[in-house]
Design a protein around this ligand. Structure first.
Ligand code: NAD
Length: 278
């Protein structure tokens, strides 16, 4: 049986990586999904993701162009859930990684850009979703995408860590306020997941990557795909000995969206192969 039958979810940043995997897994579990992203959906086999999801699952899916750092866009994305009968699950997933830079070199504009997308974006998403869920009167689940970097400080990623730590405490505060309305609010904390984000600039890989690149004998592509992969995994001490896949994040999101977690709120789940707590 399916875990999300009769539910509607809005997933921000769902044109790529973790968000896209979450939207697809939700649809496989029976949820109708609103895919919201600042970039248009990639075409897979000639069709955008939401059409592919509709063709390959029993769920309905739609796309909304949305920059999460613009409140009006986020409101539109949340309202799009009405097309499918209202909002049950809000996944504030959209995020960017910052420049890999020491704190003293970080420019104010770079810091603020990170905050606008990774923290303000989650604030808008939570507030618009909460208002709607309260008005509907049937509770709901809000899932905020933090990071391993929202549990521990990451060198050369102070803005990213600040925003992600803020997401975690925003989540706990909201859980305290919204529990009486039956709204659960939780965070996910991916470790090193192979998505466009980590492949593109590797900022989440952090200092380990920088050291290896400094040697000048490896490209970032080699670093992620090639023989030095083991070295990175060792450096990050990932007990399960592998980088993660967006599917792993999506499976945890299904749990938090579903009634399997009906008594879980203000909780943080790391999806990191055991990295942060070891
Ligand atoms: P990704 O780059 O593959 O996907 C991010 C998506 O968010 C893209 O589709 C992008 O267009 C969208 N996006 C960016 N800015 C946006 C904006 N202003 N408004 C709307 N959409 C926007 O990256 P990902 O790895 O899938 O990241 C998804 C989330 O997971 C992020 O919040 C990220 O911080 C978090 N995360 C990722 C990792 C990892 O290792 N990949 C680790 C920890 C946390």
């Amino acid at each position: 049986s399916q875990l999300l039958t009769d539910k509607t979810a809005v997933v921000t940043g769902a044109a790529s990586g973790n968000g896209r995997a979450i939207a697809r897994r939700f649809a496989e579990e029976g949820a109708d999904v609103v895919i919201a992203d600042v970039q248009t959906e990639p075409r897979e086999g000639g069709r955008p993701t939401h059409e592919k999801i509709e063709a390959e699952t029993d769920a309905r899916a739609t796309f909304v162009e949305c920059d999460v750092s613009e409140r009006a866009d986020v409101k539109r994305a949340v309202e799009a859930a009405d097309e499918f009968g209202g909002l049950d699950v809000m996944v504030n997933n959209a995020g960017i990684s910052g420049p890999e830079k020491s704190f003293v070199d970080l420019e104010q504009a770079e810091f603020e850009k990170l905050m606008h997308v990774n923290l303000n974006g989650v604030f808008y998403g939570c507030q618009e979703a909460a208002l709607k869920m309260i008005a509907q009167g049937e509770g709901g689940s809000i899932i905020n995408m933090s990071s391993a970097g929202g549990l521990v400080g990451v060198p050369d990623a102070s803005a990213y860590s600040t925003a992600k730590g803020g997401v975690r405490l925003l989540t706990y505060s909201l859980a305290a306020e919204l529990g009486e309305d039956g709204i659960r609010v939780n965070t996910l904390h991916p470790g090193v997941i192979e998505t466009a984000m980590t492949k593109r600039d590797g900022s989440i890989i952090g200092s380990g990557r920088k050291e290896l690149l400094k040697r000048g004998d490896v490209s970032f592509k080699q670093l992620i795909k090639g023989s030095v992969r083991g070295e990175i995994i060792k450096r990050h001490a990932i007990p399960l000995s592998e980088f993660g896949d967006p599917k792993h994040v999506a499976d945890a999101a299904v749990f938090l969206a579903s009634d399997l977690s009906e008594y879980i709120s203000a909780e943080s789940i790391a999806v990191d192969g055991g990295m942060v707590n070891t």
